[in-house]
Design a protein around this ligand. Sequence first.
Ligand SMILES: *[C@@H]1O[C@H](CO)[C@@H](O)[C@H](O)[C@H]1NC(C)=O
Ligand SMILES: *[C@@H]1O[C@H](CO)[C@@H](O)[C@H](O)[C@H]1NC(C)=O
Ligand SMILES: *[C@@H]1O[C@H](CO)[C@@H](O)[C@H](O)[C@H]1NC(C)=O
Ligand SMILES: *[C@@H]1O[C@H](CO)[C@@H](O)[C@H](O)[C@H]1NC(C)=O
Ligand SMILES: [Zn+2]
Length: 309
Amino acid sequence: MKSILSLSSVLLVLELCSGEWCYQSQVSCNDTCRGPSEWKNLFPNCGGQRQSPINIVTSRVKHDPKLTRFIFEGHEKVFSMSVENHGHSAHFTLPQSVRLRGGGLPATYKAVQFHLHWGENGSQGSEHSVDGERYPMELHIVHIKEKYGSLGEALNDSRGVAALAFFFEVTSGENEHLDRVIQALGRVRYEGNSSEIEDFRLTDIIPRASKLNYYRYSGSLTTPGCDQAVVWTVFQQTLPISENQLMSVDKQLLFGTEKPMTGIFRPVQNLNGRVVYTSMPAHSLCVLPNLITLFLSLFCVFGQQRCFH
Ligand SMILES: *[C@@H]1O[C@H](CO)[C@@H](O)[C@H](O)[C@H]1NC(C)=O
Ligand SMILES: *[C@@H]1O[C@H](CO)[C@@H](O)[C@H](O)[C@H]1NC(C)=O
Ligand SMILES: *[C@@H]1O[C@H](CO)[C@@H](O)[C@H](O)[C@H]1NC(C)=O
Ligand SMILES: *[C@@H]1O[C@H](CO)[C@@H](O)[C@H](O)[C@H]1NC(C)=O
Ligand SMILES: [Zn+2]
């Protein structure tokens, strides 16, 4: 009796552990997959202290003067790229000629791929949030340090991966440059399907580096194994997308289970004492120590007083 009980509990444990990881949107009575709160049981890193995504509290971010502007290389070059449905998302493969330096990074990084995170029927689908507010979609561009041959190798280094994140914001007009990306998603409906986009360049969808302000923190991959190897950059400037475009993004793909691929985001994780830095000086006019700005800061003070009276 005792041995039968323990055998059945072993079988139960085996059954519980055999599920694959999935997003919360995929969890149902029929599906034994492991949602985000259980990822740590299958992948210990997912329960770590430096996990992503996070909520960025703007009143607590610290200015870091080392966060200089980025240098994007190869963003203006035309290339063809493949897109593949990986069962939890679709990856657009980038050529190694696309590079990233500056921006307070410890090395030059080369691009690997980009992908999107979205919600359902146009609702919030970003992974990061700012002051608790989420956006409808988020773009991630994944880079690894130049010296590494693969993402796997880079994950062994606490700063081996540099990920750039852009939020999308709904605008009234269409963002024509996104159409080819959205159409390509329509050609990779099933897991394992792949397709090509010819004559693409990143400047079509990404702004130029020179004026971009951003947040910076140390974190992880937002999918299992959740390796804590990522220098995260979250840009303040958003990318435009129309309501119609957004609706067609989340209707095109299917998960490996052939259910609609929606709600592909991980919930925000605890900061655990991490500091989020920003490239943008706070109130720079009122703190720079020279006469002109002293004059300006007096003006700021009196200007404010006048407003309060
Ligand atoms: C669960 O499976 C049953 C029978 O196959 C099906 O009728 C039902 O719609 C499924 N429920 C969900 C939430 O997928
Ligand atoms: C999707 O959103 C649109 C516009 O917000 C709404 O009219 C429609 O009913 C929604 N569809 C579903 C299935 O929720
Ligand atoms: C990870 O780093 C360790 C120690 O530096 C090294 O022995 C190991 O081969 C590395 N693993 C990979 C996959 O690069
Ligand atoms: C996409 O994948 C499905 C399911 O594996 C397969 O039947 C179909 O032929 C694939 N389509 C293309 C264009 O590769
Ligand atoms: Zn991502």
